[in-house]
Design a protein around this ligand. Structure first.
Ligand code: SF4
Length: 281
């Protein structure tokens, strides 16, 4: 799979201007559906080098009316050295910040060490005191069982659910990203995932499933006969259309289950944080 023309880092989602910085170095958590390791993936505005951070700050400063920043949009943020200091620098802009993770934020067991959550609380407090902005953490949990087949080095779903509880108890805005939304996960598994996380989150996110070469090989072996369609992510306007598995029915199912718990379900980060903002106003 070769990606071309993927350079847009600013998009407007439902009237909100969103800046997303992407990774230009492969993330090593090994999710087989992820396209950050694909040939031609250009990356932009990485924040884990001084130059990358400066570039990001420069682009945010020159662009008017940005409302939301998604730093390290396509790379696991907590692999970034000095992520906390760098987020704190971005907090000086007083813009809304959305981060996402597939890792436990506990540094070791035992004893439990939730220092990362304390750091996030400080960043959120800085944002609140600066323009009444907000930090939202999207914890990605695609399924509860057999996750290692597709996410080799992430934390387990159980560890991620514990993290979600701790983030919520710390008063932080939490969103659960059931993305990519896997069309082969049985309804009962989504029912359990949502029942266990709804008390601790404000909303859910769903998405299509990118058909990377590894994901294609997995689907061909395990779930042949799936429906393929072309999809162009918001941040790839003008770029390559990506082959995806049609997951609309599954996304609708997740939305329907989330509604039973009075939780909204979105397909894009912009509206999800707008929702978090509306809950606080
Ligand atoms: S953690 Fe995120 S960026 Fe890293 S491989 Fe998985 S999906 Fe890709």
């Amino acid at each position: 799979m070769r990606l071309e023309g993927m350079k847009k880092s600013i998009v407007v989602q439902d009237g909100s201007k969103v800046y997303a910085s992407m990774g230009n170095k492969p993330c090593n958590l090994g999710c087989i559906y992820c396209f950050v390791n694909a040939e031609g993936y250009p990356g932009a505005g990485r924040v884990d080098t001084q130059e990358g951070l400066q570039q990001l700050i420069f682009e945010i400063e020159k662009e008017e009316n940005i409302k939301i920043i998604l730093p390290s949009h396509d790379v696991e943020l907590f692999l970034v050295k000095n992520w906390s200091e760098e987020l704190m620098k971005l907090a000086e802009f007083g813009l809304f910040i959305v981060i996402s993770t597939k890792l436990s934020l506990d540094r070791g067991v035992p004893p439990r060490n939730w220092e990362r959550i304390d750091q996030l609380k400080r960043i959120d407090a800085r944002l609140k005191s600066n323009n009444n902005a907000l930090l939202q953490i999207a914890v990605s949990i695609t399924r509860l069982t057999d996750w290692k087949e597709i996410e080799q080095f992430t934390s387990s779903p159980e560890e991620r659910i514990t993290t979600v509880q701790r983030l919520s108890e710390a008063g932080l805005a939490v969103n659960i990203a059931i993305r990519p939304t896997l069309p082969f996960v049985p309804r009962e598994e989504f029912e359990e995932l949502i029942a266990r996380t709804a008390p601790y989150c404000e909303s859910y996110l769903t998405s299509p499933l990118y058909l990377t070469p590894k994901m294609k090989s997995y689907m061909d072996k395990r779930y042949p006969g799936y429906e393929v369609e072309l999809f162009r992510p918001a941040f790839m306007q003008g770029g390559t259309e990506i082959e995806t598995v049609n997951t609309r029915k599954t996304m609708d199912m997740v939305k329907e289950i989330a509604a039973k718990y009075n939780r909204s379900c979105f397909t894009r980060s912009g509206p999800a944080i707008e929702h978090a903002i509306s809950l606080r106003s």
